[in-house]
Design a protein around this ligand. Structure first.
Ligand SMILES: Cc1cc2nc3c(=O)[nH]c(=O)nc-3n(C[C@H](O)[C@H](O)[C@H](O)COP(=O)(O)OP(=O)(O)OC[C@H]3O[C@@H](n4cnc5c(N)ncnc54)[C@H](O)[C@@H]3O)c2cc1C
Length: 517
């Protein structure tokens, strides 16, 4: 017999397996000896009360044992005569490749960046020497923007697809099984590269190909059908089906698509700052100074509000994380955040952004399909012009609100360092004003959000793609060209690792159905 029940444990008992059995027996009025297994299905921290507790939704077994996971994966070599190209090895591209293999189609991935190991050297070069390699950075390279990210694996949208399947695939490739039950699963930047390597091995072992250092520079068509692609401006490949998953920062790809008359649209997105607080302060606030703080994971927060007609929200919050330089070209500054699996840095950082749309773009004289992209680049270059290096312009939150330059800046996690700059110099008046209002509202929701220790740097500008590559809602094929499947975040169909992975799978299935089934 299988029962379901919620078990509540204090943090000091959270790792105690026997306690799970005792609590389950008490809750279900069973004898401890009758229970053959307690399997946690979902685990969350409830911080509403004075002392936070773990809430565990569990399946409790009597007279039988749990059967295995409903998700079993058996990757076998695919059919070499059925081939489809994939542009980009981010979560969308990699999960599209795995799906194609399951369907018997051989994926051929073209990735402009390097493998996870070699990529690390380029990340160090940005951090330490201000050198941005336009093909290998925090956004570009094996695993995409997901590899050296925070590795949070939750998505607001449950409508998009089978999240558990994606998490199970990550576990199959070496991620910790806890991600299957945690309400806010997280892998961490130190663990993600190994998982990505394991996915690469599956793809290669099944006959798939991954071409690193292979920037797709053109896509060929004949009578509005895909006929091939060009790599690095010189080498041509024949393909009739392409999954296009280049991520939100592939500005050159979007421009090439427009030159080739693919259907594209400008898209609103969000832009703002990254805010950093001492993690210890966030812990105290979120865990109400509980005696259990040392036993609890670094606390997070999520804030949304409306400010001066703009949506405002915290974005990609990284408890115990660091702020990273995520530019993809020299001469621009972009900030983002990441963390290691232990989330043990002294800082809590988060994007804090407001929505920007056609009105903001036009005000600065930007129009057409690339209005948002040009505006984004304009802000990033403006930020760079204030420091001339990967040092990020920064200001104490209190000074930003009072419109004064910071005389000093608090300690921060950003390795290239901060330079004191009034951030109003970077944004438009409307954005500055909306951010100021939103910060004041955020402080009402999380007191201490505005404090002397809080610092903001800018710009947080790569929150989602500034364009949509249009596709049919049902067939997922480009509305302008047969054989092209726009996928993932860059084409406007995902936001985050999980939703990009789900979208990659969906496009692979759609492609298979039309061309190979
Ligand atoms: C620092 C950082 C932290 C993040 N933290 C999180 C997090 O904690 N949780 C979360 O869910 N999301 C996070 N994100 C966002 C997440 O990484 C993305 O949403 C996700 O990776 C999008 O997946 P994708 O496959 O659509 O695109 P991407 O991951 O961007 O992958 C696109 C790939 O295409 C390649 N490419 C681009 N142009 C070409 C070309 N012309 N030819 C060949 N290849 C090309 C790129 O090199 C890249 O590898 C973070 C992002 C960053 C930058």
């Amino acid at each position: 017999m299988i029962y379901s029940c919620e078990i509540v444990l204090t943090p000091d008992k959270a790792g105690d397996k026997e306690e799970l059995y005792i609590q389950a027996a008490r809750k279900l009025k069973l004898n401890r000896g009758e229970i053959t297994a307690v399997v946690p299905e979902r685990r969350s921290i409830d911080g509403r009360s004075r002392d936070p507790v773990y809430r565990i939704q569990a399946s409790v077994y009597t007279n039988e044992l749990p059967s295995g996971s409903p998700y079993q994966f058996n990757f076998t070599p695919s059919d070499a005569s059925k081939r489809a190209a994939i542009v980009g090895s981010g979560p969308a591209g990699l999960f599209a490749a795995l799906k194609l293999i399951e369907l018997g189609v051989t994926p051929v991935i073209f990735e402009r960046g390097k493998n996870v190991r070699d990529r690390r050297r380029d990340l160090r070069a940005i951090q330490q020497f201000d050198t941005v390699n336009p093909d290998s950075n925090y956004c570009f390279g094996e695993g995409g923007a997901g590899t050296y990210s925070d590795g949070k694996l939750y998505t607001r949208s449950t409508k998009r697809g089978d999240i558990k399947r994606i998490l199970s695939l990550l576990v199959h490739h070496g991620a910790h099984p806890d991600i299957l039950i945690d309400a806010h699963p997280h892998i961490g930047s130190n663990k993600l590269p190994k998982v990505i390597e394991a996915i690469r091995n599956t793809i290669l072992e099944c006959g798939g190909e991954i071409h690193f250092g292979s920037r797709v520079t053109d896509i060929y068509t004949e009578h509005n059908r895909i006929s091939g692609l060009q790599v690095n401006g010189s080498t041509d490949f024949v393909f009739n089906q392409i999954i296009l998953a280049p991520g939100h920062s592939a500005r050159d790809v979007f421009r090439m698509l427009e030159r080739r008359n693919f259907a594209l649209e400008s898209k609103p997105y969000a832009l703002g700052v990254r805010i950093e607080h001492p993690q210890e302060m966030i812990n105290r606030k979120q865990y109400h100074n509980s005696k259990y703080i040392p036993l609890l994971p670094a606390a997070s927060y999520s804030i949304t509000c409306q400010a001066e007609g703009k949506g405002a929200f915290s974005f990609c919050m990284c408890p115990g994380g660091i702020i990273v330089p995520a530019a993809t070209s020299p001469g621009e500054i972009v900030v983002n955040g990441m963390s290691m699996s232990r989330r043990d840095s002294k800082f809590a950082n988060s994007g804090f952004v407001v929505t920007v749309d056609q009105r903001d773009f036009e005000q600065q004289g930007f129009g057409g399909i690339f209005a948002g992209m040009d505006f984004q680049q304009f802000i990033e270059q403006r930020a760079f012009s204030t420091t001339g290096t990967q040092q990020a312009p920064a200001q104490r939150v209190t000074d930003f609100l009072n419109g004064i330059t910071s005389n000093s800046l608090p300690p921060a996690s950003y390795i290239p360092g901060f330079k004191s700059v009034p951030l109003a110099e970077i944004f438009t008046e409307e954005i500055t004003s909306a951010l100021q209002s939103a910060l004041r509202m955020a402080d009402k929701k999380l007191s201490g959000f505005i404090s002397e220790e809080a610092v903001i740097c800018a710009p947080e500008s790569r929150t989602s793609s500034p364009v949509t590559v249009l596709r049919d809602k049902e067939t997922l094929e480009s509305t302008s060209h047969q054989g092209l499947y726009p996928a993932g975040e860059g084409c406007g169909y995902a936001g985050g690792i999980i939703s990009a992975a789900i979208d990659g799978e969906r496009t692979a299935m759609a492609l298979f159905q039309k061309y190979f089934s």
